[in-house]
Design a protein around this ligand. Structure first.
Ligand code: MN3
Length: 195
């Protein structure tokens, strides 16, 4: 059974007034994410992975194209859900309390998360995860993801240039500031924490 490209959780232009243009989404979802799905399906067709779930493929794959493409399919689906046209600002409730106790305050979390994302060299991802010691910030290179290391992802931001170049050119910090101010979907993060 082929791996499918999940539908976006909002319209392509839903984030345009929040700092991510329809053109960015058309390329990032419609070209980059779709290509990872298509390449992955070509790689698994007729192999032992043909009927595996995406997570099974990621966990079984060695470094190389099978891992890179399966992980990037997962990462992008997760990332789209980390964005919302109604997002941005500090989380409330239990999640807000956990962030305050792990990082000192929401502002401390925001500066540490931004620093991790800014200093991811080249292409990669910054994450909020639930590790053995509670909530932590991690960064990964290229396609790598917490799932591969047995860690639960709660939130991610894509810092590959294709995520921001159309709207922000080389200004990754501006993209990250906008992500936290206008886009981050804390409801999704809270669901991940509870699952
Ligand atoms: Mn991307």
């Amino acid at each position: 059974m082929a791996i499918e490209l999940p539908p976006l959780p909002y319209a392509e232009d839903a984030l345009a007034s929040k700092g991510l243009s329809a053109e960015t989404i058309q390329y990032h979802y419609g070209k980059h994410h779709a290509t990872y799905v298509n390449v992955l399906n070509g790689l698994i067709e007729g192999t032992e992975h043909a009927d595996s779930s995406l997570e099974e493929i990621i966990l079984a794959a060695d470094a190389g194209p099978l891992f890179n493409n399966s992980a990037q399919v997962w990462n992008h689906t997760f990332y789209w859900n980390c964005l919302s046209p109604n997002g941005g600002g500090a989380p409330s409730g239990e999640l807000g309390d956990k962030i305050n106790s792990a990082f000192g305050s929401y502002d401390d979390f925001a500066s540490q998360f931004t620093e991790a994302a800014k200093t991811t060299f080249g292409s990669g991802w910054a994450w909020l995860v639930e590790g053995d010691g509670g909530l932590e910030i991690q960064k990964t290179s290229n396609a790598d993801l917490p799932l591969k290391h047995g860690v639960k992802a709660l939130l991610t931001v894509d810092v590959w240039e294709h995520a921001y170049y159309i709207d922000y050119r080389n200004a990754r910090p501006d993209y990250l500031a906008n992500f936290l101010t206008n886009l981050v979907n804390w409801d999704f993060v809270a669901e991940n924490l509870a699952s």
